[in-house]
Write a protein that binds this ligand. Structure first.
Ligand SMILES: C[S@@+](CC[C@H](N)C(=O)[O-])C[C@H]1O[C@@H](n2cnc3c(N)ncnc32)[C@H](O)[C@@H]1O
Length: 249
């Protein structure tokens, strides 16, 4: 970080913070986890390489490039930062499988409903939850992700937030069927050590998410991966954003 005074994490929800950061730090950086570590899970939930994938809040990570190197044919990336989108468009101008578009994930109206098979979010909901009006912004984001997904499309959320902090938010917003996986924060990269848990193993989830503590302990060194499958309930009438507004006034 080259900024004079470190910003509070509240700034993570603001576009000026990210523009400033990317203007000073142009080297590729992947938050939390890199593609090779997560690839087995991506293969499980995005089984066809022709599936259309949306990466929200892509930053300057090489995750999407590595997905394309792995055979995925249509990876669309959005970010609120003009600086990073300009840089990524220039960097990948010769990769037709990769598209970069400046968009706020809370309003993805240029995309039609049901236009993606999968949405991948690594650290973006977490950033939005740091900012002002976080609950409402998060609800708008989840509402938009749900809208742009096809029925039975999958939202893969990679986060530091345990189920006690994320499950209610996910359930309050949209109608998902939710599965949970975990990956060690400091994986045995390059070593021959076996991970403590297999990435593709499911972690049992109860209604509140508190069961996960029984399995992983109180302060586990894991990132959480919520795999949220879009479920359409025909009788579902109240919009997810309205639901949150009603709840939080
Ligand atoms: C923690 S970084 C994660 C970057 C990347 N996904 C990764 O894994 O390395 C969060 C990213 O979300 C972007 N972002 C924050 N708020 C956003 C919003 N409302 N719409 C779109 N992108 C947003 C930021 O510009 C930043 O690139």
């Amino acid at each position: 970080m080259t900024m004079a005074t470190p910003p509070s994490s509240q700034a993570y929800g603001e576009s000026w913070y990210w523009d400033n950061r990317y203007a000073h730090e142009s080297a590729p950086f992947d938050w939390y986890q890199k593609y090779p570590a997560l690839a087995p899970l991506v293969h499980l939930y995005v089984p066809h390489r022709h599936h259309r994938v949306l990466v929200v809040g892509c930053g300057n990570s090489v995750f999407s490039e590595e997905m394309v190197n792995d055979g995925y044919e249509d990876v669309v990336n959005v970010d609120i930062s003009t600086v990073v989108i300009d840089a990524m468009q220039a960097k990948y101008s010769n990769r037709q499988q990769l598209k970069y578009i400046k968009l706020d994930v809370r309003d993805m109206s240029p995309f039609q409903g049901g236009s993606f098979d999968a949405v991948i979010d690594k650290g973006t909901l977490d950033s939005i939850l740091c900012g002002n009006n976080s609950r409402q912004n998060a609800a708008q984001m989840l509402d938009e992700i749900w809208r742009v997904l096809k029925d039975k499309g999958v939202y893969i959320l990679i986060t530091y937030g345990s189920p006690v902090y994320r499950l209610a938010l996910l359930k309050e917003s949209c109608t998902w069927s939710i599965k949970l996986h975990v990956i060690e924060k400091f994986g045995p990269e390059g070593s021959s050590e076996q991970p403590v848990r297999q990435l593709t193993d499911l972690i049992p989830l109860d209604e509140s998410g508190s069961s996960v503590e029984d399995v992983l302990g109180k302060n586990p060194d894991f990132h959480y991966i919520y795999v949220c499958i879009k479920v359409r309930i025909s009788s579902y009438s109240e919009s997810p954003v309205a639901k949150i507004q009603n709840r939080f006034g």
